[in-house]
Design a protein around this ligand. Structure first.
Ligand code: PHB
Length: 390
């Protein structure tokens, strides 16, 4: 009898522990090197989410494992993702700042039975590489097309585009050019620069010589975006009457103090400003600033990460903590919620986030700090990139 009771108790305990799993989430991003602030923002967004909601989903406990890919490096990204899946047994992969790093990992997802929640990488086509990809950031198609409309509305007839020569840059160029020309404008020249370019003076000269009234630019946020905006200011383009237009990657908040007064008035279009006026955002900013330590370092990758954690939580709820990538992804198709950036949803067709895109102007606050002031909303924008690619 005693033995029987013990056996029953043991099996009860086992059942309980079978439901209480540790769910590992592997996060790949740039946590050291020139883009370390961007990776730090992934971590701040994740930490803010866990601080607000705890690390438990039902009986299950979330554990985050970070892996560092300092610069775009598809081979390293793939090797680390493989290690996370095979050796560490992660149930979810997340993060991915650079497009090539995300692209390299998509072939592993099906076999590993692991969904991928992209918290930044912004090339439209990534979601087509595997049905297990969900994205909570933005695409450069989504953020660039509204800038082309804005430029036309403000009377720009001739523009020149300058982009980094890789996925999100090419998408950004195509989005701007297609939309701008559809609205009756002309793109007089399109320059693609290697990702490693950091001397922008020769490019600024070409911009001047092109006869364009405005330059539209995309580079991935980091040290080179700051360098590019500074080169625009220092090479006298503003004085020459050439307007600067870009998606918000070029005026991330952590760069604004270094751009200084010269940046005031720059127009960008983007999915998120730290100054977005909503109770959800105020709570998020307070938590994320606390998590990052230095509030001046807070920038947009934090919100992609925060919402990515929300999506992963919903996936864990739907699967009861069991590893079932297909079921997890299925569960978040059509999911809608109020993000710190505004109302968002996961498009069930593309698994990409539908969201407002805001026209913003760099402004100086009463406290002497700079911010991206939202001045117009393009509501509920899906990603136009995939439709355009067909
Ligand atoms: C990307 O590589 O997809 C990427 C990186 C940084 C950005 C935008 C896109 O600011």
């Amino acid at each position: 009898m005693k033995k029987l009771i013990l056996a029953a108790a043991a099996s009860l305990l086992m059942t309980a522990s079978a439901y209480a799993e540790v769910i590992k989430v592997g996060v790949v991003g740039p946590f050291s090197g020139p883009f370390a602030i961007q990776g730090k923002n992934f971590k701040a967004g994740i930490d803010a989410y866990l601080a607000e909601h705890g690390n438990k989903v039902g009986e299950n406990t979330i554990e985050i494992l970070y892996r560092d890919v300092p610069q775009p490096d598809p081979a390293q990204s793939k090797a680390l993702a493989q290690e996370l899946v095979v050796k560490e047994g992660v149930q979810y992969l997340a993060g991915f700042y650079f497009t090539p790093d995300a692209m390299a990992v998509t072939p592993l997802l099906k076999q590993g039975n692991v969904p991928m929640v992209i918290m930044n990488a912004a090339t439209s086509a990534i979601v087509t590489k595997s049905p297990l990809v969900v994205r909570t950031s933005f695409t450069t198609w989504q953020t660039s097309a509204p800038m082309a409309k804005t430029a036309r509305e403000r009377g720009v007839e001739k523009a020149i585009t300058v982009v980094s020569d890789y996925g999100p840059g090419v998408d950004s160029e195509t989005a701007f050019k297609t939309t701008f020309e559809k609205e009756g404008g002309t793109v007089v020249e399109s320059i693609r620069m290697p990702l490693s370019t950091n001397d922008f003076s020769p490019i600024m000269q070409r911009v001047r010589d092109s006869g364009a009234q405005a330059v539209f630019a995309f580079l991935p946020s980091g040290p080179t975006t700051l360098g590019f905006v500074k080169a625009y200011n220092e090479n006298g383009l503003k004085q020459a009457g050439i307007q600067f237009l870009a998606p918000g990657d070029l005026t991330q908040e952590s760069d604004l103090p270094a751009i200084g007064d010269a940046g005031v008035g720059i127009l960008t279009t983007f999915h998120y400003s730290i100054a977005h006026d909503s109770p959800e955002n105020k709570a998020f900013v307070a938590a994320a600033q606390k998590a990052i330590g230095n509030p001046a370092e807070l920038s947009f990758p934090s919100v992609g990460a925060y919402d990515g954690m929300f999506v992963i939580t919903k996936m864990i709820e739907a699967t009861g903590g069991k590893q079932d990538a297909e079921k997890a992804v299925e569960a978040v198709k059509g999911l809608a919620w109020e993000s710190p950036r505004g109302p968002v949803s996961i498009d069930p067709e593309t698994r990409h986030i539908t969201q407002n895109i805001y026209l913003r102007e760099v402004a100086k606050g009463d406290d002497g700090g700079y911010y991206n002031k939202e001045i117009k909303t393009f509501e509920k924008q899906p990603d136009p990139g995939l439709a355009a690619a067909k």
